[in-house]
Structure formats: structure tokens, C-alpha cells
Write a protein that binds this ligand. Structure first.
Ligand SMILES: *[C@@H]1O[C@H](CO)[C@@H](O)[C@H](O)[C@H]1NC(C)=O
Ligand SMILES: *[C@@H]1O[C@H](CO)[C@@H](O)[C@H](O)[C@H]1NC(C)=O
Ligand SMILES: *[C@@H]1O[C@H](CO)[C@@H](O)[C@H](O)[C@H]1NC(C)=O
Ligand SMILES: *[C@@H]1O[C@H](CO)[C@@H](O)[C@H](O)[C@H]1NC(C)=O
Ligand SMILES: *[C@@H]1O[C@H](CO)[C@@H](O)[C@H](O)[C@H]1NC(C)=O
Ligand SMILES: *[C@@H]1O[C@H](CO)[C@@H](O)[C@H](O)[C@H]1NC(C)=O
Length: 475
């Protein structure tokens, strides 16, 4: 693990510089002074509350732990108000928090990842568009900034503070099972520890790329795990770096294998965001898209990403009796079986930009035995979208090849298939006899839903192609 720390630490140092320089500027931030509350115009307070920022000197001077809460509801989606336990007894404030509604609690992570997380407002608003709820944003910047190791030491203390606040909500009529925590990165473990303090009786915890460094080896008690809430889910997008690689929920969505995301720069010369936190923050952006519900993001249970890619996990029959888990707000992620399984890894591919959903197309190729290894390139053409391309290395002893590919369009919109023999440049090779090439879409319900072409002789110089004539059913 040492090499990871060697590479992570300099990056953290750079983040700290970012925090200091961006936090130093503005005075319009809210700094724990709840005077905004006392303004007599509560529906349109003159100032909207926002997350605080903290400078290095303020950080050093701050004695106690300051955990603050911002409240957004459907009646103030654009303008957060500061929420404290006094808000319950303040007649001017009472209107906005409604204990009979569910409560969504957003917990940010290590704030060195950007002094004021830009996604908080979008997440709160996305939640409110989907459900009539109280959205509370936990602001724990005084314990989430600067050295990551201090932050990790403090996260339980923060969880204890939050649990005191939750008790206050409960005593004013909120139900534990109506609480849904959404924790980003380290915030996921804070949520997990709040759940532990309530003996797993809170409703739901969603971990958006739960933090990995210093947590992976921790005891279940010290990190997010399925016993922390009635339902725990996690979305993994950077498990080789800032995220955790082990399953921590009832269901764990590993996007594109959970490590490297499409559309995130791989080059060290890319921008800081592009190179360092794009993968980690992808979980948040995918969740935001899922809240918009423009298209389903469903995962397939499988023992590993490699097995998923090689077409060994094509439906959700065995593990979930047919209904695949879906990212978003569906109860138990849409899982209908009971009890809900624990630590079930599910895999999905995404596209590189919002809304991120992809159709999973399974390519199955059967060839007659070859004398020499070969390589073919398969290209699926779609109307109006980039082609989907995949190279397959063919071995002499294997005859069946399967591969799952991401497509922006459903199977019925795939217009052409092209296969090219790209290997064998330097030696003679006879034709490749393709017994069949089939395309189908996951979840695979019946073999009948496959598009197949049989008996193709693929010469070295002549690519083969075929047009599909098909129509999408409109229903
Ligand atoms: C803070 O930002 C506001 C508007 O964004 C600006 O008017 C004000 O001058 C800024 N203050 C400082 C100290 O930079
Ligand atoms: C809070 O703000 C009010 C009015 O702006 C000011 O009088 C008071 O001193 C402030 N309190 C703190 C703790 O900063
Ligand atoms: C409430 O608002 C009115 C007008 O908007 C103002 O005249 C009055 O002083 C305010 N009261 C308090 C207590 O701030
Ligand atoms: C409350 O604030 C809104 C927006 O700032 C303003 O239009 C409205 O007149 C204010 N009401 C009172 C009573 O001050
Ligand atoms: C609180 O929510 C419940 C359930 O939606 C609703 O019936 C009630 O009117 C709300 N109360 C207030 C004060 O808005
Ligand atoms: C979600 O929908 C809203 C409103 O339709 C839009 O403003 C927002 O950009 C969308 N967000 C994403 C991530 O697709």
C-alpha cells in the first residue's frame, strides 16, 4: 500500500493549497452566526445560507467542533436556511421543516476536494424535485479540512454530533426509518457511524464513492457497512484511489469496474480535476443523473468485472429473481427480494457524460478452430452516435468469444455490424470461418431476442459487414 500513499500524499498537499487560496477570499459566507435566522422575512430571507468555508487561521482558532445544518425544502429550493434545534421552537422558522415528510441528509466528505462543494445545491434540488422531503445539508468544514489524517480521526466525533441532532428531529416527530443519509466520500463513513449509533435503525444510507484510504482495512464498526441502516447502497467509481474497493452496502454498484471512469483524463498533464478527482466525483454526477430519471442505470450481479465483461453475468435471475438493482431513489434500489442480500457487487457500464446510462450489448462470436491466433475488430454502427468498437484476440483452442459493450442506443437502433481481420499482418492466414455472430441486450431475457448472422468467411483483406433492418417497438 505504500506506493499509494507515496502518490496520494503530494496530491493531498496540492489540495490543501487549493483550499487555502480559494477560502481566503470572500466574506459573504456563513460563519456559524445564526443571525440570518432572526430576520423577520423567512420565506425570502435577505441572505440565503450557504456552506461555510474556512481559512487556515480560522481553522487554527476554532476551538470546538462546529457542525452546522442547512435546510432546503420544496418551499425554499433555491435558498437554504440555517437549521438548528432552536428552529423548532422559533415560530418564524417552524414552517419549513415538516416532520411527517422523509428527511434526506447530505454529508460532504474531505473538503480539500474543493473548498465549497459545487454539487451540494444540485443534489439537494435534484432530491426535492423527486420527493417532497426535508433536505438537510451537514456542514462540518471545521473538521473536514486540511490534513486527511486529522479528518479521519475526527469523523466519529462529527457522527456523534449529528446523532444528537437526529435525536432532536426524532423528538419532534421524525421517524428514524424516514431518514436517508447521502454521504460523499468520507461523508459515507460519517453516515455509517451515525447509523451504528442508532443500531442500524435509520432508513437508508447511500455512499457515493465511500472513501478508501485508511478505511479499507478498518473494522466494520469503523466504516460504512450493511448493518448501519435498513438499506445501505454504495456507488463505486474510484476504488483504486480515493474510493473503497470492498463492498460496504447491501448492494454495491461498481461503475465501469469501479476504478477508472470513461471521459476522465488519464494523463498527468490534464487539469487537476480531470486527473485527480474526476473518477471520485463521478459517483455524485451519476447519482444526480439518476435522480433526474431520464434513463435507468441498472447493475448486474457478478463475481468480478472481468467476468461481467466476458458475458458471464447477463441477467439478475439468480441473485435478485429477475429485477436488477437500479441507482436512484427506488425503495431498496428496486430490489424486491427479502431479505435483501448483503455486499452484493453489481456491475454496469456507463457513457462518458450525463446522463451516463448505457445499454449493455452482448457480442457473441463463434468461430471454427484456427491454425494460428488472430485478431478481429468488431464495429457496431448506429445512426447519429459514434460507432462502438471492440477488438477480440482469437486463440487456436477457443471457439466462443463473448464481450459486453456499452452503447448509447438500444439494440434495436444498431444499424450495422462490421468485422475486420486486423491480425495476421506478417504471416499468411486462411479465412476465419465465423459460425455465428450474435448481438443481444442485457438483461438477456430469452435467446430469441438476439440478432444473429451465420456462416461468414472473413478474408484477410476484405472486411465483412451487414446491415440490420429493424424497428424499435414503441410502447
Ligand atoms: C464577496 O463576493 C461578493 C459577491 O459575490 C462581492 O460583492 C464581495 O465584494 C466579495 N467580498 C470579498 C471580500 O471578496
Ligand atoms: C452575529 O451577527 C450579529 C449581527 O450581524 C452580530 O451582532 C454578532 O456579534 C455576531 N455574532 C458572532 C458570534 O459573530
Ligand atoms: C421586519 O420587517 C419590517 C419590514 O420588512 C421592518 O420594518 C421591521 O423592522 C422588521 N422587524 C424586525 C424585528 O427585524
Ligand atoms: C421578503 O423578501 C422578499 C424578497 O427579498 C421581498 O420581495 C418581500 O417584499 C419581503 N417581505 C417583507 C415583508 O419584507
Ligand atoms: C407536512 O406534510 C404532510 C404530508 O405530506 C402534509 O399533509 C402536511 O400538510 C404538511 N404540513 C405542513 C405544515 O406543511
Ligand atoms: C436534471 O434536470 C434538471 C431539470 O430538468 C436540469 O436542470 C439538470 O441539469 C439535470 N441534471 C442532470 C445531471 O442531468
Amino acid at each position: 500500500m505504500a506506493w499509494i500513499w507515496n502518490s496520494v500524499l503530494p496530491l493531498l498537499a496540492i489540495f490543501m493549497i487549493c483550499v487555502c487560496s480559494t477560502a481566503a477570499g470572500n466574506s459573504t459566507v456563513f460563519r456559524g452566526n445564526s443571525s440570518v435566522l432572526r430576520k423577520n422575512n423567512t420565506t425570502h430571507p435577505a441572505e440565503c445560507a450557504d456552506l461555510s468555508t474556512v481559512t487556515w487561521s480560522e481553522f487554527q482558532q476554532s476551538a470546538g467542533l462546529q457542525v452546522l445544518y442547512l435546510l432546503l425544502t420544496r418551499s425554499n429550493m433555491d435558498c437554504a436556511t440555517v437549521f438548528t434545534k432552536e428552529s423548532f421552537s422559533d415560530p418564524l422558522q417552524r414552517s419549513s421543516f415538516n416532520s411527517s415528510l422523509p428527511t434526506k441528509i447530505i454529508i460532504h466528505g474531505y473538503r480539500a476536494l474543493g473548498s465549497k462543494p459545487s454539487w451540494v445545491k444540485a443534489l439537494a434540488q435534484g432530491l426535492l424535485r423527486s420527493v417532497d422531503a426535508n433536505v438537510l445539508v451537514v456542514d462540518w468544514v471545521y473538521r473536514a479540512s486540511f490534513a486527511y489524517t486529522w479528518v479521519v480521526e475526527n469523523y466519529k466525533e462529527v457522527a456523534v454530533q449529528i446523532s444528537i441532532f437526529i435525536n432532536e428531529l426524532v423528538s419532534h416527530g421524525s421517524k428514524l426509518e424516514s431518514l436517508h443519509f447521502i454521504g460523499v466520500s468520507l461523508g459515507a463513513h460519517v453516515a455509517g457511524f451515525v447509523g451504528t449509533l442508532f443500531e442500524g435503525k435509520v432508513g437508508r444510507i447511500t455512499g457515493l464513492d465511500p472513501a478508501g484510504p485508511m478505511f479499507k482495512r478498518k473494522d466494520r464498526y469503523d466504516r460504512l457497512d450493511p448493518t448501519d441502516a435498513l438499506f445501505v447502497e454504495a456507488i463505486h467509481t474510484d476504488s483504486d484511489y480515493f474510493g473503497i474497493s470492498i463492498p460496504v452496502g447491501h448492494v454495491d454498484f461498481f461503475l465501469n469496474g469501479g476504478m477508472d471512469q470513461t471521459g476522465c483524463a488519464r494523463s498527468q498533464f490534464a487539469s487537476m480535476y480531470g486527473y485527480v478527482i474526476c473518477d471520485h466525483m463521478r459517483a455524485v454526477h451519476v447519482y444526480l443523473s439518476a435522480l433526474n430519471a431520464s434513463c435507468p442505470l441498472i447493475g448486474f450481479p457478478c463475481s468480478s468485472y472481468e467476468n461481467f465483461l466476458s458475458g458471464q453475468c447477463v441477467d439478475c435471475q439468480r441473485t435478485f429473481r429477475g429485477t436488477c438493482p437500479q441507482i436512484g431513489l427506488l425503495e431498496n434500489s428496486g430490489i424486491t427480494i427479502s431479505p435483501v442480500p448483503h455486499e452484493e457487487k453489481v456491475f454496469l457500464l456507463t457513457s462518458s457524460s450525463a446522463p451516463f446510462c448505457a445499454h449493455h450489448i452482448l457480442l457473441e462470436l463463434e468461430v471454427r478452430p484456427l491454425e494460428k491466433t488472430a485478431e478481429v475488430e468488431v464495429t457496431l454502427g448506429t445512426l447519429g452516435h459514434p460507432d462502438i468498437q471492440h477488438s477480440l484476440r482469437l486463440h487456436t483452442k477457443e471457439m466462443v468469444y463473448r464481450r459486453v459493450m456499452a452503447s448509447r442506443v438500444p439494440l434495436c437502433e444498431i444499424a450495422t455490424i462490421k468485422i475486420k481481420n486486423t491480425g495476421a499482418l506478417f504471416y499468411r492466414q486462411g479465412d476465419i470461418h465465423i459460425v455465428s455472430v450474435c448481438l443481444s441486450e442485457l438483461p438477456k431475457t430469452s435467446p430469441k431476442n438476439a440478432l444473429c448472422v451465420m456462416n461468414i468467411y472473413l478474408g484477410r483483406r476484405y472486411p465483412w459487414s451487414h446491415d440490420f433492418v429493424q424497428l424499435c417497438e414503441t410502447n
